[in-house]
Design a protein around this ligand. Structure first.
Ligand code: ZN
Length: 163
């Protein structure tokens, strides 16, 4: 597992990423799980198991389990911190904006990426983009499964990059 985010990130951002890596948020089991998905990044070995609780169209809880490198763990931790309270479409807009940033675009006006901005430097390292995107790809799968009435989905970032 590659575990040296310092090659990609400047000091300020590294602090944010390392804080999320050391004390990942969203590890507490949810009282109720409405959707879950499993994501795997074979390039790095990152493994994400995502559980989500929803009230209608609003995300009320996220649990992130699994093992990942610092970039993947931080990305999942930031997601678990920022999404509860947001609607599904707001979460999808955030995910889309983050995906754009990871591919060298600017975040659209009106979308607050919060601590995700700390991962901006990762865009220079294609291999690490998969690490940063894995929790978000897994989120998309969980929401898709929830919409279609299924509870579970699986994907890898290999598929994500082919879309
Ligand atoms: Zn990784």
């Amino acid at each position: 597992m590659i575990d040296r985010p310092e090659v990609a990130l400047d000091d300020l951002y590294r602090e944010v990423v390392m804080d999320h890596h050391r004390r990942p948020r969203g590890r507490t089991p949810l009282a109720r799980v409405d959707a879950h998905a499993h994501g795997f990044n074979p390039v790095c070995g990152d493994d994400v198991l995502l559980s989500i609780a929803l009230d209608d169209e609003r995300i009320v809880g996220i649990q992130v389990q699994g093992r990942g490198c610092a970039i993947c763990t931080a990305s999942g931790s930031i997601m678990a911190e920022m999404l509860p309270g947001r609607t599904v479409s707001e979460a999808e807009a955030t995910s889309e904006a983050f995906r754009g940033v990871m591919h060298g675009k600017l975040a659209p006006a009106g979308v607050d990426l919060g601590d995700l901005e700390a991962l901006e430097g990762v865009q220079k390292f294609a291999v690490r983009v998969k690490c940063a995107m894995l929790p978000w790809v897994t989120l998309a799968d969980a929401l898709r499964a929830w919409r279609t009435g299924g509870a579970e989905a699986t994907s890898t970032t290999e598929q994500e990059l082919g879309r």
